[in-house]
Unconditional design. Structure first.
Length: 150
């Protein structure tokens, strides 16, 4: 069998697999997209709520941040999902690699960081602005400067 014939069979099988499983793929895609939007909107809302409380941003800016986050997640997630489905359909051997525990743990760590970092950054902005009290802001500044409090 030639390389061209092998490639044709691989593509044919991938398309056939996607078409025959399209209902399941669509449900998974919708679920993944909904989960990504909800997660990112929640993280954004939490991350900027202290800024809103301090008055650093207006309610309109807060709403815009949340809407933009929802749009971004709503556009990016289906694209990534479709690319992943296409890659797995064309190269089913990657399914074993992508289901390995190390990869799953890596994705969990990656998504954990994408959730934790904005919240930590929000808390640091709040400490800088004196939102936890002047002592905390001063301690934070001393920590960044590397000096000890006088």
């Amino acid at each position: 069998m030639t390389v061209g014939e092998q490639l044709y069979i691989r593509v044919y099988n991938a398309v056939d697999s996607i078409i025959s499983n399209s209902g399941t793929i669509a449900r998974l895609g919708i679920t993944a997209t909904g989960t990504a939007i909800l997660t990112q909107v929640t993280v954004t809302a939490i991350s900027y709520s202290l800024d809103l409380y301090r008055g650093d941003i207006t309610i309109e800016e807060y709403k815009n941040l949340i809407v933009e986050t929802a749009k971004t997640a709503g556009i990016a997630t289906p694209i990534v999902f479709l690319v992943l489905v296409a890659v797995l359909a064309l190269f089913p051997e990657f399914t074993v690699v992508l289901s390995a525990l190390v990869v799953v743990a890596g994705f969990n760590a990656l998504f954990g960081m994408s959730i934790a970092m904005p919240i930590i950054q929000s808390l640091l902005r709040h400490a800088q602005a004196g939102g936890f009290g002047e002592e905390t802001a001063e301690a934070y500044k001393n920590t960044l400067g590397g000096s000890t409090p006088a």
